[in-house]
Design a protein around this ligand. Structure first.
Ligand SMILES: *Cc1c(COP(=O)(O)O)cnc(C)c1O
Length: 502
């Protein structure tokens, strides 16, 4: 299978293999890689997949997209990535399935797809546990002899998920930079206690932009690239626009549909709607690909917090990032440029138009999508947004009605489902992507429930646990007890030196 750029400015279209797309990350024209055609799931595929574990479903579906990868290698990588050691097993009568992405039966028509049972308690693990292995294979397939040195600047969550994913993977090493006072105590502990022989973590004396600019400067410096080459490595990123991060996310939507059929909640072929709390548009785009493969998803409900640039886009056709940025209680969705939307534009509107719209976004901070393109998008997508108060009220209401605890991001999705149903009267069963453990955002979840807490992180976790009769996830307890391995703080100017010494 070949991959093309979302833009493809060149008169001669540039296509690459899956391994090349994953190794390169970004296309040479600045676009993102997408498959030239989307593979279909046949009735035989669905029958075979229905009987499989999550790990085997993942290998089977990834195999359709990564056809230059060895099938056995994919099976062994998926088993290692989604094992019980990495993803905690759930238990309870409300679960319709187990494995790495269990489905929770909330009520007659709402099924919560819990994507946060991995090593960092957030959904980024679903991609970042497998992506480093896919990169490691890509290096071998493309006869790359150098080590890939992954550089990450993080404001918190991505750094830890990437560290866990790349730890002790062949052919790669990873360095994470975080702003010295810009992450929570839990996030800092999570990162600085990471195990593994190929990981390094440093605090940067500055804010997130300083760390990010430092990493960008290293990527953009030709002399540093040459020096790295002489030393047997090259710099690479763990960015969410890499196809190797997106493809694994398709799997859990297919898997959830099969779980609903297997449990008798729907008949094979029945439609479902899918709701995804959205930031960069990666997760919901993966659901759209599952739909294009043949999963009968009727509507994709795109849920936003008060940074509602996507809600406005879907409703008006105008994408306008020139607006006030809000810091919210669902910080992983505080995004004004949703990079992966470009993939949807390109699949629905073509490469030439996408190149034009992206150029407008860069120069003017906004673009207006043509009516024909918007008609196609609205056929499949609906957009809703939630205020901070509505989000808190949703956490409270769902806990009161169902004794089920959700985090702030999932609450944005849950509230959007309610708004969608009220506005459209469409009661098709909904699969809601749940993107983080409530304990990852424990202080705000406590606040929503009206529980008083102090500043101490352990105390906050315990308060939530005692008052809701739920358990603190193991991955969030470990950092409180493991020794801190990384204590170095450097000036931004010291970053290039550091990457050659670790
Ligand atoms: C990253 C993230 C999101 C947003 O996902 P996108 O793929 O960027 O749309 C939502 N919730 C949580 C908890 C996240 O970490």
């Amino acid at each position: 299978m070949k991959y093309r750029s979302t833009r493809d400015y060149n008169s001669l279209p540039h296509t690459v293999s899956a391994a090349q797309a994953i190794k390169e990350g970004l296309a040479p024209d600045g676009g993102l890689y997408i498959p030239c055609e989307i593979p279909a799931l046949t009735a035989d595929d669905m029958t075979a997949l229905a009987a499989m574990s999550y790990e085997d479903r993942a290998a089977y579906i990834l195999g359709k997209f990564l056809d230059d990868y060895d099938r056995e290698a994919l099976v062994s990588d998926c088993h290692a990535a989604y094992s019980k050691e990495k993803f905690t097993e759930v238990s309870g009568t409300n679960y319709l399935s187990g494995g790495a992405a269990p489905l929770y039966n909330l009520d007659d028509s709402t099924y919560v797809l819990e994507l946060w049972h991995g090593p960092t308690s957030a959904f980024k693990d679903m991609a970042l546990q497998i992506m480093p292995r896919l990169l490691s294979r890509a290096l071998k397939i493309t006869d790359e002899v150098r080590t890939a040195h992954i550089l990450v600047a993080t404001s918190g969550d991505t750094g830890k998920a990437a560290l866990e994913g790349y730890s002790d993977v062949d052919g790669v090493k990873i360095t994470v930079f975080y702003p010295v006072d810009g992450v929570s105590r839990m996030q800092k502990l999570q990162m600085t206690t990471t195990l593994g022989g190929n990981v390094y973590v440093a605090a940067v004396d500055g804010n997130f932009d300083d760390a990010q600019n430092g990493v960008k400067a290293i990527f953009g410096d030709v002399s540093l690239a040459e020096k790295a080459n002489e030393n047997g490595f090259f710099f690479s990123s763990a960015n969410s626009i890499n196809w190797g991060r997106l493809a694994p996310q398709i799997v859990y939507y297919v898997s959830a549909y099969l779980d609903l059929v297997n449990s008798g909640k729907i008949a094979s072929g029945d439609p479902v709607n899918v709701c995804v709390p959205t930031g960069n548009f990666g997760n919901i785009f993966a659901a759209y690909i599952a739909r294009e493969m043949g999963i009968p998803i009727a509507k994709l409900i795109c849920a936003s917090n008060s940074n509602n640039v996507l809600t406005d886009f879907i409703n008006t056709g105008v994408y306008d990032r020139t607006r006030e940025f809000h810091k919210t209680i669902s910080p992983s969705m505080d995004i004004l440029i949703s990079s992966n939307l470009e993939r949807l534009l390109s699949v629905c509107g073509g490469a030439e138009l996408t190149g034009e719209l992206m150029a407008e976004l860069k120069s003017a901070g906004k673009y207006i999508a043509p009516d024909a393109l918007m008609a196609k998008i609205r056929e499949h997508f609906a957009g809703y947004c939630m205020s901070e108060d509505e989000t808190r009220a949703t956490i409270r209401d769902i806990f009161a009605a169902h004794h089920y605890l959700i985090d702030t991001h999932t609450a944005v999705g849950m509230g959007s489902v309610k708004k969608y149903r009220a506005e459209t009267g469409d009661n098709t069963p909904v699969i809601l992507a749940s993107t983080a453990s409530p304990y990852k955002f424990a202080a705000d979840v406590c606040g929503a429930l009206g529980l008083e807490t102090g500043e101490d992180i352990e105390e906050i976790l315990n308060t939530l646990s005692e008052n809701t009769d739920t358990d603190i996830p193991k991955p969030l307890i470990a950092p409180l007890t493991l020794p801190v391995r990384f204590t170095e703080t450097i000036a931004p100017a010291g970053m290039p030196d550091l990457v050659f010494r670790v």
